[in-house]
Design a protein around this ligand. Structure first.
Ligand code: LLP
Length: 417
């Protein structure tokens, strides 16, 4: 079983904390995302504790899973947030998140988004280009505000991850080119409504080694020291997110070792440390519950057609990502080599290839490690309503998102008069 804590077979039945997944499907149907409150809490606490005495702020990357109940839980634990849109800002504010713990990332912030974030009085904008810096200054001036800025630099480091989620190479669209960053920091001094407060980088996602983090960190610290030598006071250093999780055979560093390595790289520098973890806090705290609709045996292949599809969990289709798939009830029958596919009309609509499972029509399956970039990347493709989400807490089950209705799908559409 992959790195999913609080998931266990009791006899032949799979449980999340003290609740059987079968019971969840009876109450809430399928497909359905299921999260463990204990797993979310523990991951956050493990990271928080790893900083020990360091002045730090964990800014959970909202994009990984932006459901209100998850944001609320992290708010209660004291977390800050890394947002990338006004929508994410509004979600965080909705659950009472502290604006002074919000950082705003992203290469394409609009002036409206800047206004909303300035109005909310967020901790800082992670700026990614000179053009963005100039616009932010202008917007802040119009509002008679000072925008706190951290420059996201691109350290040109190979994160050794899937090319779609690698962001720290010079050919990627992200960050200010490393050798232009210093100049930009000082141009910021002439922009009256900008205050340079931080320095940050984010080199990619699902990193399973420490070396790329350290390589990036080393480069960025050289820049930090140069800025400070020139009397620019940098209050915080933001290391971004990116720590990988175990989907199958990966062996990523533990949260504790990852944070310890960052702290060590930083040495005795006094800056506050920020991190923007997404996947490492939520990925293995959630699964997607799905039911086998049909079995289809052809001369070439055995297909299990399930009720979840690429619109519910796009990672396999988009990145060829592997998610472990477990039976909810073990039945001891002979296994077959199944292609686990959804009902969407695309050959790319699969959740897993070549899975050895003993299946019957109507069986329930758990698609593991689906807490990050699952629900938040889901869509209505094929006019499929978004699925329900539940949070297990000990022996209680809380419905945190109702299954979308068909009516909701087209409630804001109009036909021509
Ligand atoms: N900070 C920034 C600026 C980011 O762009 C990201 C993720 C994070 C933090 C959080 O990274 P994490 O700790 O979750 O690795 N949809 C893809 C992942 C895209 C990641 C985008 N940026 C997937 O399903 O694998």
């Amino acid at each position: 079983m992959s790195g999913f804590p609080f998931l266990k077979y009791h006899g032949t039945e799979l449980f999340v904390e003290s609740v059987s997944l079968d019971k969840i499907s009876q109450e809430f149907g399928s497909p359905c995302y299921v999260y463990s409150r204990a797993a979310l809490t523990n991951a956050y606490r493990e990271m928080d504790a790893a900083f020990s005495e360091r002045n730090h702020l964990i800014c959970y990357a909202v994009k990984a899973n932006s459901s209100l109940a998850i944001l609320d839980l992290f708010t209660r634990l004291g977390s800050g947030f890394d947002i990338v849109s006004e929508g994410e800002l509004r979600r965080v504010l909705k659950v009472g998140g502290d604006p002074q713990k919000i950082v705003f990332s992203g290469v394409g912030k609009s002036s409206d988004e800047m206004r909303a974030a300035l109005l909310a009085n967020i901790l800082c904008f992670n700026v990614e280009s000179e053009a963005e810096l100039i616009l932010l200054n202008q917007v802040a001036k119009e509002m008679d505000k000072i925008a706190p800025v951290s420059m996201r630099v691109n350290p040109d480091v190979d994160a050794k991850t899937h090319p779609y989620i690698s962001t720290g190479l010079k050919e990627n669209k992200f960050g200010v080119p490393f050798n232009e960053a210093e100049k930009l920091y000082f141009s910021g001094e002439n922009l009256t409504n900008i205050r340079m407060t931080g320095l940050d980088f984010h080199i990619g996602s699902q990193l399973t080694e420490l070396a790329p983090f350290s390589e990036a960190c080393e480069k960025v610290l050289v820049l930090l020291d140069r800025l400070e030598d020139k009397n620019l006071k940098i209050e915080h250093l933001d290391f971004g997110g990116g720590l990988g999780i175990r989907y199958s055979e990966e062996n990523p560093p533990s949260i504790q070792n990852y944070i310890a390595a960052l702290c060590e790289d930083l040495g005795d520098r006094a800056q506050r440390i920020l991190v923007e973890p997404g996947r490492s806090l939520v990925g293995n705290a959630g699964l997607l519950l799905t039911r086998v609709e049909y079995l289809k045996h052809t001369s070439h292949r055995d297909f299990a057609i399930v009720d979840a599809a690429m619109n519910d969990l796009i990672r396999p289709a988009l990145y060829d990502a592997y998610h472990e798939i477990l039976p909810i009830t073990m039945n001891g029958r002979d296994t077959k080599n199944y292609q686990i596919v959804g009902p969407v009309c695309e050959t790319g609509d699969f959740l897993g290839h070549n899975r050895s499972l003993a299946l019957s029509q109507g069986d329930l399956l758990a698609v593991m490690s689906a807490g990050a970039y699952g629900m938040s990347m889901s869509s209505n493709y094929n006019s499929r309503p978004r699925v329900a989400e539940v949070m297990v807490d000990g022996d209680s089950i809380h419905l945190i998102r109702e299954r979308e209705s068909i009516e909701q799908l087209f409630s804001n559409e109009r036909v021509l008069p």
